[in-house]
Design a binder for this molecule. Sequence first.
Ligand code: CKU
Length: 611
Amino acid sequence: MENKSLLYPCASAARRVISLDGMWRFEFDPESNGMDAGWGVGLPKPISMPVPASFCDFFTDKESREYCGDFWYETDFFVPGEWSGKDVAIRFGSVTHRARVFVNGVEVANHEGGFLPFDANVTEIVRYNQYNKLTVLANNELNEYMLPAGQTNTLSNGKKVAAPYFDFYNYAGIHRPVKLLALPKERVLDFEVTHRLVDGGAEVDYTVTTNGSHDVTVEVLDGTTKVAEASGKTGTLKITNAKLWNVHAAYLYNFVIRITDGHAVIDEYFDKIGIRTFEVKDGHFLLNGKPVYLRGFGKHEDSDIRGRGLDLATVKRDYELMKWIGANCFRTSHYPYAEELYQMADEEGFLIIDEVPAVGFMQSTMNFLAANQGNGKKVGYFEKETTPKLLENHKAALTDMITRDKNHASVIAWSILNEPQCTSEGTEAYFKPLFDLAHELDPQKRPRTYAIVMMSLPNNSKGQQFADFISLNRYYGWYVMGGMCIVDAETAFRKEMDGWAQVLNGRPMIFTEYGADTMPSEHKLPSVMWSQEYQNEYLDMNHNVFDSYGFVQGELVWNFADFQTTEGIMRANGNKKGIFTRQRQPKDAAFHFRARWTGLPVDYKGDTAQF
Ligand code: CKU
């Protein structure tokens, strides 16, 4: 799209932002006849619905909570008269999973993909100094060529039901903030920065993309003090005695971009940058040249009542808990999170492995969550008729994620898939273009990885050679050989680790998942599976294994908190592998982790020889 920009909205001398969050109107459209019935100009029988939030958990009846199909949102917004002459846009942080947007009945956007932003230029359509109608036709059905993947089934009563191939509830709605923007016609569309540490300071190479030809200037400010400036769309900013961005010791500079015509400011855009380098070298993760051992979580955007909707109060609590427990890293399993979370990670000095919503790419009996899915026979997921379409959607999501997140100091790596079926023939042809694309798009050339499912082993994983570091999801002692058999689990685990040692070739390995479902209500001496005591025993066994292999350079436990999933015999009202409850209170394991993680030095295993 011409002038497409994923820049986070900011107000400045040349830009305006008005939040459209609040109580909107809402209506289900199970027969998909809203379009023909003219709902784009007014919903016939709407109920109220808050934005941002998932619609699901407000309802007291099951059909509404589990609703699958088309649904509509509607609100009115006022466009200030003084905005005429500017471009006017509406920006959605995310709508899950697909949306068509109408302003005053005219379609202005059509977007697929439930976890990344998009906008609509409505300059020609809005009425100034008046209220305008904003309508969204959304849909939450699943299919096998979307991210994340699943199916939509029809029940005997004719109702559609989502059958995810993934282990999190198919929450839907307008999940992130909606903003009305006034933008200068000639404007900054994007920028990128890369960092170099040099004697006595740092150099920041930058590129600014605009839709015009006027001069660009860039400034770096320490608070309000200018420490570097440059002009031109590309250049280098030299910062003497630079304060580096570090784990738990973040430092952010203000970054200002202006387009000027000699005297007047045409556009002005503000952001913050953290100066740091990150690389994988000789089996270690190096942040500013120094080893760092990753510790933390796989997470979800998930909380009571608002579902997957952005809730800054939950975000704040999560960061406080992560600091308390001594974590320094998390993976945005299994989709890119709201931008506000990355801004907070930048401020708090957390490291993020950023994951695209490539989850559920496995069709087999492993799709264990709903009894009505999986056809029992193994089909190579990357050899299906739908694979080319899936790859196209995957590339689009990866492109938008990297475009959106590439300047965050907190983002250290890209996770390109979660637990794909990577043992079949089509794997390499599917993986290669994606790993290449990530490298091409990222000016900082961050390391790339994907989370490798159990039973994908060093000798049969056909995608592992593309990863810059190896990420394993392993459940020895939970899904296999649990309880009394944990001793055999450890033996099998070590055997697998010895195999990986042969194929690492100097790459570090981390665990992107390990965990045991645990009911906060259950205590048992001696332990049984699902008790808090067993969670700790399981963790001890895993940590013993990790500690005895120098190449293990990180541990992200599954999961930060209990989270909602589809109902089924494998889940007791959700996945209970949380170290915290869904209400963000500690299980016993949280104290266990706090002791371990606050005790391990930042550069734990930083001096271990790789082999
Ligand atoms: C987690 C087969 C393992 C699936 N993996 C992915 C993640 O999304 C799930 O929640 C494991 C689990 O708890 O089973």
